[in-house]
Design a protein around this ligand. Structure first.
Ligand code: CA
Length: 243
């Protein structure tokens, strides 16, 4: 009977002791979580070197910086910058998809007129197709002259553009006086006479600020007020710019 009680006592003592050994080590190990804010030398652990550095600056004064707030502010700025980049990327993509319709034609012979009413310049016409409403820039350049045979009114060469066979609204139906006028001279007792105007380079840029979607035709017309007018080496170019 005594022996049985002794065995039970030994077993109870063993269990109690084992429980202490399980509890004590658990309580003896403090909770240690790595905080990079205190890892001054950046070696991935909090050690003597970090305390050594801290001791060198102990007691120092300065302006407190809330690192968390600073990081949040920086994150806000980064988010704003990122939004700007996304917007810029969208605009660049739009530019990459942008098409600029254009057309051009050229004649390399001398087109002349002796009429005082408007007439077409042969082969100086073209068409352009727009996928949306656009501003048309119509550029005309030529080597022109004007001659005058009779002693009459001044002779000058005029040009204009027809858009879809309608008189172009800009600068107006009167057209552009392209060359200087050739007139009579003979003042101060000199005999009455006149001189023809040699070929010279002239140009004019017409524009239509709001051309509608679709295909448009453009052609040049010319006229003279007297005598003969000539166009040589003429170029007609139209470019459709986004509005
Ligand atoms: Ca460290």
């Amino acid at each position: 009977m005594i022996r049985k009680d002794l065995i039970i006592a030994v077993l109870v003592t063993f269990c109690f002791t084992a429980t202490l050994f399980l509890i004590v080590p658990t309580r003896s190990i403090p909770s240690q979580s790595y905080d990079p804010m205190f890892d001054w030398n950046g070696d991935g652990k909090i050690g003597p070197a970090d305390f050594a550095y801290l001791s060198t600056i102990f007691g120092a004064n300065g302006t407190y910086v809330n690192v968390t707030t600073s990081i949040l502010d920086l994150q806000t700025k980064i988010n704003s910058l990122n939004a700007s980049l996304i917007s810029l990327e969208s605009k660049v993509n739009s530019l990459n998809n942008l098409t600029v319709p254009y057309n051009s034609t050229h004649i390399d012979y001398d087109a002349t007129t002796e009429t005082i009413g408007w007439g077409d310049v042969d082969n100086l016409n073209l068409s352009i197709t727009l996928d949306k409403a656009s501003c048309l820039l119509i550029m005309f350049s030529t080597d022109a002259n004007a001659t005058k045979e009779a002693m009459s009114s001044n002779a000058a060469l005029y040009v204009r553009v027809l858009l879809d066979d309608l008189v172009y609204p800009f600068p107006g139906s009167v057209g552009i006086c392209l060359t200087p006028a050739v007139g009579n001279t003979g003042f101060f007792g000199l005999s009455d006479h006149c001189h023809s105007l040699g070929f010279g380079s002239y140009s004019y840029n017409f524009y239509q600020p709001l051309a509608t979607l679709g295909t448009h035709t453009i052609k040049m017309q010319f006229k003279v007020t007297a005598g003969t007018g000539g166009l040589y080496n003429s170029t007609l170019t139209v470019i459709a710019l986004p509005t």
